[in-house]
Design a protein around this ligand. Structure first.
Ligand code: ADP
Ligand code: MG
Length: 268
């Protein structure tokens, strides 16, 4: 990334990036990605979706990833969480290198230690909220009674326990997204990945979802990495990483994102 270091103003130059960290306890680093490259090739067309991307995220951080459509945000999130392979570079989660894990171990690692929130709700329409939330536990062999208890606990944390018996089509968009969040936290994962979690919601509902995610981050100490188009959402994260054309081009603090919102929300 030519010129990247010079674009960072001093306090941020020490934050977040490998090799530019100030005094940080290595034990606190949850996600460490170095030199990620990813190229897609379809019909003879090559797309450089990730070009030398490096990121460090510490325990309990809530980090936003912003940038124009097609700049590589989803590719980055999927690379960091091990959902997709990368061409080169390394991703370490809690010190373990994802690229070196076999597929089975990676799947287990994801199921145990990671939660995923996507814009499309991916809820099964024939199941109730409680059944949707307990599904990952049932699949991984938890006894039904315990699975149900934990599902209700998770629904409680997103303030939806009273709708445990409702099916997705009986719930609003915001409520469905909260069920998705409950499902993603039912395993008490250390890291939560969210790809435009508020993208399909009106601003009031988006705010409500951000309250829930921020609460999980603050109260449960979950590390959150979130792709978003919305500066208001980014302004609720500790810091924002900006991407363009497959590269990280800039990083903003929460205060800087708040200033963007106050100035009318134009993207940086
Ligand atoms: P964003 O999430 O920022 O909108 P993506 O990470 O989805 O961007 O995509 C980055 C680039 O890679 C885009 O140009 C997109 O068209 C391309 N891309 C993403 N997934 C694929 C794929 N499976 N095959 C080919 N090209 C892809
Ligand atoms: Mg995307």
């Amino acid at each position: 990334m030519v010129g990247f270091a010079t674009e960072l103003t001093p306090p941020f130059a020490t934050l977040g990036y490998h090799g530019r960290m100030a005094v940080t306890d290595p034990a606190e680093i949850v996600i460490q990605a170095d030199g990620l490259h990813k190229t897609y090739e379809t019909g003879g067309v090559r797309t450089h979706a990730l070009i030398d991307v490096s990121i460090t995220v510490r325990k309990g951080e809530m980090v936003a990833i912003m940038g124009p459509s097609g700049c590589g945000k989803t590719t980055l999130l999927n690379a960091l969480s091990g959902l997709d392979d990368i061409d080169s570079g390394t991703v370490r989660i809690n010190g373990t290198e994802l690229n070196r894990m076999g597929d089975d171990r990676k799947t287990e690692f994801r199921a145990k230690d990671m939660g995923f929130i996507f814009q499309t709700y991916n809820l099964l329409p024939v199941l109730t909220a409680a059944e949707n939330v307990e599904l990952p536990l049932i699949v991984s062999g938890t006894k039904p009674k315990i699975a149900r208890e934990r599902a209700l606990e998770a629904l409680d944390r997103v303030h939806l326990r009273d709708r445990a018996g409702s099916r997705p089509n009986q719930l609003s968009g915001g409520q469905r997204q909260r069920v998705t969040i409950a499902r993603s936290i039912v395993n008490k994962p250390a890291i939560m990945w969210a790809d435009e979690p508020t993208g399909a919601l009106d601003s009031r509902t988006a705010n409500e979802i951000m309250d829930v995610i921020q609460d999980l981050n603050k109260v449960a100490g979950q590390t959150v990495v979130m792709v978003t188009h919305d500066p208001k959402v980014a302004a609720r994260c500790h810091r924002t990483i900006h991407m363009a054309d497959g590269e990280i081009v800039k990083e903003s603090s929460r205060d800087e994102m708040k200033a963007v919102v106050a100035a009318g929300g134009a993207a940086l």
